[in-house]
Design a protein around this ligand. Structure first.
Ligand code: DLZ
Length: 156
């Protein structure tokens, strides 16, 4: 499988613009915290690497991935930032909850993006198991949080 062969978070560092003077909210889901916190660390490190000041990185937590949409919508309504980075991790279980949560957050964040006010970044891992999630949150396949931060910098 192609995804098993390379770091999915590789990017052209020279093509990423500076984030100097820009403000970012990172919303982090508490479910699968080991994974989402590692993604948040990757996102924060990347924003700082591109000149974003500590004061301009605001971290918010929500209980689960499903709640990312609400938090992002509030940030937009309150003009809190130039981009919202939403970080979550949904792991396939034995129930259909997986499908509902994934579909709910994808539709919710897409709708916010379609409003065209500020970029809302979909940093959500949807995996079959914890191992796959760990590999994508600072493991051998990169860090989705880094990708999300790079996307935010490019989008603003
Ligand atoms: C309920 C639930 C389940 C089963 N699995 C996950 C998950 O793997 N990842 C995640 O972020 N959240 C999960 N949740 C919680 C939902 O996102 C949400 O918080 C609840 O359904 C309450 O709205």
């Amino acid at each position: 499988m192609a995804t098993a062969l390379h770091n999915l978070s590789e990017y052209d560092a020279a093509a990423v613009p500076s984030g100097k003077g820009r403000r970012f909210v990172i919303v982090v889901a508490e479910w699968n915290a080991q994974v989402t916190n590692a993604m948040a660390e990757g996102a924060i490190k990347t924003l700082k690497q591109y000149d974003v000041d500590d004061d301009n990185i605001i971290i918010k937590h929500v209980p689960g991935t499903f709640e990312l949409t609400f938090a992002a919508a509030k940030c937009i309504r309150n003009n809190e930032c130039d981009a919202v980075i939403c970080l979550g991790c949904v792991i396939q279980g034995e129930t259909r909850h997986f499908d509902f949560i994934c579909e709910g957050v994808a539709n919710g964040l897409s709708a916010l993006n379609a409003e065209g006010k500020i970029p809302v970044i979909f940093g959500v891992l949807t995996t079959d198991n914890l191992q796959q999630a760990l590999e994508r949150s600072g493991g051998k396949l990169g860090n989705k949080g880094v990708e999300a931060a790079v996307t935010a910098l490019k989008m603003i």
